[in-house]
Design a protein. Structure first.
Length: 268
């Protein structure tokens, strides 16, 4: 496995403070990958979500020059239960506080644009809460949240091709075959398929009640070549968004903290 797409990949923890200070004068954005350590069926390693978010972030960094913060390897994986050993989960409040703390320190280092890149589906709600807290705290900060598996309509369609409640499925398995084949147990792929049992249900059931082996989808259909195409798609679509985000300005220039003067308010 290679983690650096090119020498242009900027990993925050590998830089000195002098290099960080120089970097912030060129680019005021940073990417925070957030993953999980959780079961991914009998055939994929626990760090699948962390690795996918990190490798996408690094590839985007190579294209845009935006630095990548140290990945958060734990997520809100409470739904995976204790049925399958190995999952290490955070409560949503813990994840919210962790992300707010990390990005608050990044703000103090002089950065003002932040992309939280999520690799695990049920991280989304706490990460959205972290976004809300951060943009309320920093009036001149801009925060975005993107899921690796949802950066565009075509990426979303590729991930959900074998089930809307997918997990350790064809897409995730193909991605790991392409990027980190050592994380895949090929001999377990053929009999790992498990159907999506959630269609038409009202309640959100934990994985122990929706899957027999921790999988939802058809990992047996995965190939490295399909994983390479999916990775290229994710990186291309997200890089375009990040490049645009480096130039983005708020639609209106109005303070979050300062109440409007009623005499200045325009009516009609």
């Amino acid at each position: 496995m290679t983690t650096d797409a090119t020498d242009a990949v900027l990993r925050w923890e590998r830089l000195t403070w002098c290099e960080i200070a120089a970097l912030r004068r060129r680019v005021d954005m940073a990417i925070l990958p957030v993953g999980s350590t959780e079961q991914h069926g009998p055939h994929l390693a626990m760090d699948t979500d962390t690795l996918s978010a990190t490798l996408v972030a690094e590839a985007v960094s190579a294209r845009t020059g935006v630095p990548v913060l140290p990945p958060i390897p734990y997520g809100c994986s409470l739904g995976h239960s204790h049925r399958w050993p190995g999952t290490l989960a955070l409560g949503p409040e813990t994840l919210i506080g962790l992300v707010v703390d990390v990005l608050s320190w990044t703000y103090a280092a002089g950065f003002r644009r932040f992309l939280i890149l999520n690799g695990h589906a049920t991280n989304h709600a706490p990460l959205r809460c972290a976004l809300e807290q951060l943009r309320a705290r920093f009036d001149d900060g801009m925060i975005a949240l993107r899921d690796v598996f949802g950066v565009s309509d075509r990426v979303r369609a590729a991930y959900s091709a074998d089930g809307s409640d997918w997990h350790a499925n064809c897409a995730e398995t193909g991605l790991m075959l392409a990027l980190a084949p050592d994380r895949v147990r090929n001999e377990r792929m053929a009999d790992a398929d498990d159907p999506d049992r959630t269609e038409g249900l009202l309640f959100a059931h934990p994985v122990n009640r929706t899957s027999s082996n921790g999988v939802t989808g058809r990992p047996s259909h995965a190939t490295a070549s399909a994983g390479e195409r999916l990775f290229a798609m994710v990186v291309a679509d997200l890089s375009a968004q990040v490049a645009a985000g480096l130039r983005e300005r708020p639609p209106l220039d109005a303070s979050y903290f300062r109440p409007i003067d009623a005499e200045q308010e325009q009516v009609g």
